[in-house]
Structures are given as C-alpha cells and as structure tokens.
Design a protein around this ligand. Structure first.
Ligand code: PLP
Length: 393
C-alpha cells in the first residue's frame, strides 16, 4: 500500500505491563503447578450486576422485542430519562444539555482530544495511561507533574513551571494511587485553571468509593469549576458496568475556548458525527443503578470491596509501610519495602507469597519503587493474601 499512517502512533510506548505480568505469572505456574496464586492486580470489578440493574435490562430487552415498544437509534447524547437520573445524582445543578451519555469513560477521555487544538498538556505521574496515550496519538506535547510521598501522590498547581493556559488531567480518587483531592486542594486547581485560562479534564470514575464526608465527589462542587472543567464519569466501578459499558461526560455550557467557541457545542457535534449512542437496555440498566434501590445495591458491592481494602491497609499499617489509598478507593499504593524497585517487589511477592500485584512503574516514571494492590478480589482470597503478607513483610 502507499497510504501514510498517523506517525504519532510511533511515539506511544508498547503496553508491555500486563503482558509482562502475564508472562511472569505463567512461567511461575508452570514451574510451581501446586502453588495457589492470589491475584490482587486486577483493576476490574468481580461482583455480578446488582439485581435491579439486571431486572431493568431484561425488561428493556423485552420492550425491544415487541412492535409497540421497539426503539431504533437512541439520541446520540443519551435518553432524557437517563440524563435526568444523572443530573439528579449531582448535588449541583446541571442542565440536561450539558450531560452526554456514552459507552464509558475511556472512550470519552480518548475522544476529547478531537475537539481540542494544539495546547500544552499537563498530566500527573503516575496515572491511568489513557490520558498520555490519547494525547501522544494526536501529536501533543506533554508535561508531567509528579506525585510522590511529599505531596501524598496528589500533585498540586505550584509544581507547574510554565504558568500558561494548558489542558490539565486530574483523576480523583486516583488510579493507581487511590489518593483523592479534598475540597481545599481541588479549589486550588480550579483557581489555577481560572487564572491561567486552562481546561481541567476531571476523571471521577471512582467517586462512588469516596466515604470521607468532606471529599468532593465532583469537581463542580468547587465554585467556578463550570467555567474551567469537563468531568468524565462511569457506571463501571459504581455499578459493575465494566462489561456492560456506560458512562457520561459533563461539558458545561459556560466553557468557551480562546475564540469564544462553545466546547459543549463542539462535543455535541463530535459525538453526533462519530457516535450513535448507547443501547436502550443498557441505558435502562444505568437508570436503575441510579434509583434509590439501585444505589443501595451498588453501595453494598462497593462496601464489600472496601472491606478488602481495609484488610490490606491494616497489614501495611501494622508493618509501618507507607501507602496511599485503601480508603475512598479500591486501590492501595504502597512503597516497596527495603528500597526494592517495582519489578523486584513483584517477583518477591510472586515467588515468596504467591501474590500477584501491579508494579507501579507501569503507570509512569514516578511510580517506580511503588506497587498497586487492588481490593477487587473475594474476601476469602484477600484475607489469605493478608495472612501471607503479614508473614512476608
Ligand atoms: N478512568 C479511570 C481512572 C480508570 O481507571 C478506568 C478504568 O479502569 C476508566 C476511566 C475507564 O472506565 P470505563 O470502564 O467507563 O471506560
């Protein structure tokens, strides 16, 4: 062929993290078939969908099978019933025209670069890799602000050297560190964005894990955020929709680019051109998750994961090992003991305790020397892993 490719793809690092983990685990199991491995590396939910969600999906599927209730294409930005349920879920006022339902947060995060031009991009390190890769695919230059034990893995605007307009990605509660911004910290970010004319893309995919009452669930709880922030959220971790697929993005009407263009109008144009909406049964299921009973059932599942996180955090506390998360998050981010690097600690846990976690280095350079353990396992396995960790560390 004589076609040219988007050569920016050459700047993306191979995602060797999970394949390297799989290959080391496979080798260990082949050599030690009698050993029982406990997997605490998974970033996916494991509990089944709540019953009210399944019921709503079933009912909608039956509606689709009858002439009188059959529906064709959904509205590109979501059915009004779901947008209303999402708006009602917020403690701040949002217009339905500011809410865009999608097949998940990952797609929206990856697609938002379509409506933005060539801007400075600021991304925390370590963080969910999609922010970095989607900007590299568009040829954007990225500046990193590092998380570390001094800032509790919550990078702040005073770390930014070039104080000009930028697109800033924030993830709170954070994947992989589990750290979450409080209101005062988030206020500093909003003030910084308003002062420099920056845009914050705020990923709140894990907001449902927040239990501390003083932590914001949405950036719009901060005054002025509607003039400087887009928020991306998901049903994946809140309602167990990782395999069902539904999320949403809020693009406030007050967001205007340097030439006065409305980002809300641009995102609507982008979505209605390249996206045909989320299936009706899935939107009904998502609406059910946001009903009073739905929230109760979803929070029961989250409480189950949180008990796992508490068990793991208790071991680290006992052993005096520095960690973030474990609270307000399904992730526990710990400093590898004895100055080990991330992969050395991975091998140590695998070989000496048969526990699989995720080396922090896979989430960015600042993750070197750290390690992610997740709370998405069963109680039984997590308890056994904690016993093994107690003996090992
Ligand atoms: N944002 C963060 C921080 C995540 O960790 C994930 C998935 O793990 C996503 C977004 C993706 O969410 P979704 O399943 O809605 O695409």
């Amino acid at each position: 062929m004589n076609i040219k490719i988007n050569s920016n793809f050459k700047n993306i690092k191979e995602t060797y993290l999970f394949s390297e983990i799989a290959s080391r685990v496979r080798k260990y199991q082949e050599e030690n078939p009698e050993k029982k491995l406990i997997r605490l590396g998974i970033g996916d939910v494991t509990l089944p969908l709540p019953p009210v969600v399944v019921e709503a999906m079933n009912k909608a599927a039956h509606e689709m099978g009858r002439q009188e209730t059959f529906r064709g294409y959904p509205p590109e930005s979501g059915h009004e019933f779901l947008k209303k349920a999402i708006a009602d879920h917020y403690t701040v006022d949002l217009k339905l025209s500011e809410i865009f339902v999608s097949d998940g947060a990952k797609s929206d995060i990856g697609n938002l670069v379509d409506i933005l031009g060539s801007n400075e991009i600021i991304i925390p390190d370590p963080v969910y890799p999609v922010y970095v890769d989607s900007n590299l695919m568009n040829g954007n230059k990225i500046s990193y602000i590092s998380g570390n034990s001094d800032n509790g893995f919550l990078p702040m605007p005073d770390q930014i050297k070039n104080r000009t307009a930028a697109v800033i990605y924030l993830c709170s509660p954070n994947n992989p560190t589990g750290a979450a911004y409080d209101k005062a910290q988030l206020t500093k970010w909003v003030e910084y964005a308003l002062g420099t004319g920056s845009l914050i893309i705020y990923d709140s995919a894990y907001e449902a894990f927040i239990t501390d009452e003083d932590l914001p669930h949405s950036i719009y709880e901060i005054e002025g955020a509607k003039e400087c922030a887009i928020e991306v959220c998901s049903f994946s971790k809140f309602a167990g929709f990782t395999g069902t697929r539904c999320g949403w993005t809020v693009v406030p009407e007050d967001l205007k680019a340097d030439d006065g263009t409305s980002l809300n109008k641009m995102w609507f144009r982008r979505q209605s051109t390249k996206f045909n909406g989320v299936s009706y049964p899935v939107q009904c299921a998502a609406e059910a998750a946001l009903s009073r009973e739905g929230i109760r059932q979803c929070m029961e599942n989250i409480a189950y994961y949180q008990e796992n996180a508490d068990m793991i955090a208790a071991v680290l506390k006992e052993k005096g090992i520095y960690y973030t998360g474990g609270k307000n998050s399904p992730y526990i981010w710990l400093k590898c003991p004895g100055g080990m690097d991330s992969w050395a600690f991975f091998d140590h846990l695998l070989n000496d305790a048969q526990i699989v976690g995720t080396p922090g280095e896979g989430f960015g350079e600042a993750g070197e020397g750290y390690f992610r353990i997740t709370a998405f396992g069963t109680h039984e396995n997590t308890k056994e892993a904690c016993d093994r960790l107690r003996n090992l560390l």
